[in-house]
Write a protein that binds this ligand. Structure first.
Ligand code: PBG
Ligand code: ZN
Length: 324
């Protein structure tokens, strides 16, 4: 059936028709809101490159988590800025570390809000790398032990889901083992399965104060040129019993999202990262784009590409718009 019998414009004539044939939807259920918890009291410091996003001490985090919950957003993901950093990132797996205290404080006030914790070493190490340094590079297997300790300690504090973002080989399995050994077999692992060495993380590193002191992350994060490798990474994490798979960043990797959606049946998460957020905010501030529409179109594109869930700094704005 071709033109003139077939006329695609017939189904675009008015908004009700368009609503009826719309294939993809952004829903509040899809959103996960990232938060930066800083050691100290009465801290609420806006991140220069991320308008509306703050480093906050625990009481402010709890207050914002209440807003997030009231908007109907099901989950937050937490990043920590500890009081002190050291070579082995001790605060990451300390029972009274920044994340452990934050999780306890949120869960006490909001037991139903899902708290996901980012499991990595870079926010806690003085050198800013995602693991233990040996001979000038991150040592994979030594790092696994620390990541497992970190994940366990987050869960003992009350975390509902752990999300390893370090890109060490074998970390999902190492974390699964330690959680199961301690009776936490019901806690899901959201794996940053496919995480690229990306310049889009720039603003986050300001927010989390986690820029590497030397070198870069290319010996552990993936080469942006690779698609087939993403399938191998995802396969490996599936074999290690990951419960969610993630692709990060999202915007420049929509093809990778689609690839994973077509090949795996696990819930798929897109991380709409800091640089993607900052670009929209900056262009909107200059009056060059309609920030709200570009935001919605961008997130919808991620869902159309195959994402089931989106971690996004826009979550509160989107949830507000969806409520209207
Ligand atoms: C930690 C981590 C990073 C992000 C999430 N977890 C930074 C990095 O790997 O350098 C980036 C998130 C963002 O840019 O919004 N490993
Ligand atoms: Zn890291």
């Amino acid at each position: 059936m071709y033109f003139p019998a077939y006329r695609p414009r017939r189904l675009r004539r008015n908004e009700n028709l368009r609503r009826m044939v719309r294939e993809t939807h952004l829903r509040v259920d899809d959103l996960i809101y990232p938060m930066f918890s800083a050691f100290g009291e009465n801290i609420k410091k806006e991140i220069g490159s991320m308008p509306g996003i703050y480093q906050q001490s625990i009481e402010h985090i709890v207050a914002e988590a209440k807003e997030v919950y009231a908007l109907g957003i099901p989950a937050v993901i937490l990043f920590g800025i500890p009081e002190e950093k050291d070579a082995l990132g001790s605060d990451a797996y300390c029972a009274t570390g920044i994340i452990q205290e934050t999780v306890r404080a949120i869960k006490k006030e909001l037991p139903e809000l899902l708290v996901i914790t980012d499991v990595c070493m870079c926010e806690y190490t003085d050198h800013g790398h995602c693991g233990v340094i040996k001979d000038g590079d991150v040592d994979n297997d030594a790092t696994l032990e620390l990541l497992a300790k970190e994940a366990l300690s987050h869960v003992q504090a009350g975390a509902d889901i752990v999300a390893p973002s370090d890109m060490m080989d074998g970390r999902v399995g190492a974390i699964r083992d330690v959680l199961d050994d301690h009776g936490f077999d019901r806690i899901p692992i959201m794996s940053y399965a496919v995480k690229y060495a990306s310049a889009y993380y720039g603003p986050f590193r300001e927010a989390a104060e986690s820029t590497p002191e030397f070198g870069d992350r290319r010996s552990y994060q993936m080469d942006p040129a690779n698609r087939l490798e993403a399938l191998r990474e995802a396969n490996q994490d599936l074999a290690e019993a990951a419960d969610f798979l993630m692709v990060k960043p999202a915007l420049a990797y929509l093809d990778v999202l689609r690839e994973l959606k077509d090949n795996f049946d696990l819930p798929l998460v897109a991380y709409n990262v800091s640089g993607e957020y900052s670009m929209i905010k900056a262009a909107a501030e200059k009056g060059w784009i309609d920030g709200e529409r570009v935001m919605l179109e961008t997130l919808l594109g991620m869902k159309r590409a195959g994402a089931d869930l989106i971690i996004t700094y826009h979550a509160k704005e989107v949830a507000g718009l969806l409520q209207r």
